[in-house]
Ligand binder design. Structure first.
Ligand SMILES: Nc1ncnc2c1ncn2[C@@H]1O[C@H](COP(=O)(O)OP(=O)(O)OP(=O)(O)O)[C@@H](O)[C@H]1O
Ligand SMILES: [Mg+2]
Length: 367
């Protein structure tokens, strides 16, 4: 698959105490006798989740389990590009190579799970199924640091309920995770393992997180090929032009007047009226147009927003083969031009994300 060339992160030596803890949890997981124990690591940002997850994967591998490392952190991915859930087999010292290439990915489309909790939960479940189907004898799931508030609770509750891990390893500084753990306290099939977060771990500033994502995107799209897809032969998921019928003249001029920008494309489908404008338009103008078309959803995208939009290519089995960067949409010619790191043999669908990146991997737009 695609060769990842991201600059490697400086990974310090495994901390002896942590290795000891991981060995204890891995031993308990193996002793339970399940064919494929699942260990889910939860915790706030910068609590040591990823470091512990790799240690657990190592400890399970040392106990002769073929172990899958599953990365469900969309923003700070160690496995696969940002915006995806990815998994790979653990091999000794793999953590020194991170970020690493994923064996399979599921495209969620955003870098923040709060924007897509359903997609994150589905992606994590799908990748867990994929790792099991590939013969995993243990799975470690690293998660994102979103743990406070109702959205976080909903996501983490969905993950636990969907996957029913044998172990939930909860790292917390105080009691940040208790509101998530409480409903599972008496669940017989789940062992809750509470660990204190090591003191004085430095927090990663937003700028650093963003820069790491940029590096990861840049590496993913470093060697790309331009691919043209015929919109008549692929299914489109998400808000990309090409799904609908041309709008009537009255709606077209109404839109043009309200939005105050030339329309590149206007179509109507079950999803609503999708308008692609030459220039970005203000949300007030979009609201005004929506008021005039109260019966249907009005979706407006500037041409510049579509350029660089991240998409995933889907194969006939429904797998997300790779990501692509949208280069242009030629609606009249029914074509999408994409920059892709590999050219898949068969593409039957394209999923549009909500993140755009430029050729250097910088995020240019997030909605
Ligand atoms: N037990 C530990 N002892 C000392 N340092 C640690 C320990 N665990 C993690 N660290 C260090 O703390 C930093 C953050 O750890 P890590 O990336 O694992 O946290 P995280 O919770 O996954 O962060 P994020 O919110 O970005 O996902 C890393 O530099 C790591 O080496
Ligand atoms: Mg992490």
């Amino acid at each position: 698959m695609h060769q990842d060339q991201t600059p490697r992160r400086c990974v310090s030596r495994p901390h002896p105490e942590l290795r000891h803890t991981a060995a204890r949890v891995a031993e308990a997981a193996v002793r339970q006798g399940q064919r494929c124990p699942l260990l889910m690591v939860l915790g706030p940002s910068d609590a040591g989740k990823t470091t512990l997850s790799w240690c657990l994967a190592r400890a399970l591998t040392e106990r002769h389990r073929q172990t899958a490392f599953l990365d469900a952190d969309l923003g700070q991915s160690d496995v696969g590009p940002p915006t995806t859930v990815g998994w790979t087999w653990y091999v000794p010292d793999l953590e020194r190579e991170r970020p690493v290439e994923a064996r399979e990915i599921y495209f969620v489309g955003a870098t923040s799970p709060a924007d897509c909790i359903l997609g994150t939960a589905i992606g994590t479940a799908r990748m867990t199924q994929a790792a099991r189907a590939a013969g995993a004898e243990a799975i470690v799931i690293d998660t994102c640091g979103l743990v406070s508030g109702p959205v976080a609770r909903e996501l983490k509750h969905a993950l636990i309920d969907l996957l029913r891990p044998s172990f939930v390893v909860a790292i917390q500084r105080k009691r940040e995770l208790e509101h998530i753990l409480a409903p599972w306290e008496r669940c017989r099939s789940i062992t809750l393992e509470r660990l204190p977060s090591p003191e004085h771990l430095a927090s990663k500033p937003r700028g650093l997180r963003r820069r790491r994502r940029q590096e990861a995107f840049a590496a993913y799209f470093r060697d790309t090929t331009t691919m043209t897809l015929d919109l008549r032969h692929v299914a489109l998921h998400g808000l990309l032009p090409g799904l609908g019928e041309p709008v009537d003249g009255i709606t077209r001029s109404l839109a043009q007047n309200s939005l105050g920008s030339r329309l590149i494309h206007a179509e109507r489908s079950d999803a609503g009226v999708l308008l692609v404008t030459e220039r970005p338009v203000s949300s007030e103008r979009v609201r005004t147009l929506q008021e005039q078309l109260p019966e249907e959803a009005v979706i407006v995208r500037a041409q510049s927003e579509l350029e660089g939009l991240l998409v995933a290519l889907v194969d006939p089995e429904g797998r997300h083969t790779c990501l692509g960067r949208l280069l242009s949409v030629g609606v009249s010619a029914h074509e999408l031009r994409l920059a892709v790191p590999i050219v898949p043999t068969e593409v039957c669908g394209v999923i549009a994300g909500r993140t755009s990146v430029d050729a250097e991997g910088r995020e240019t737009d997030q909605s």
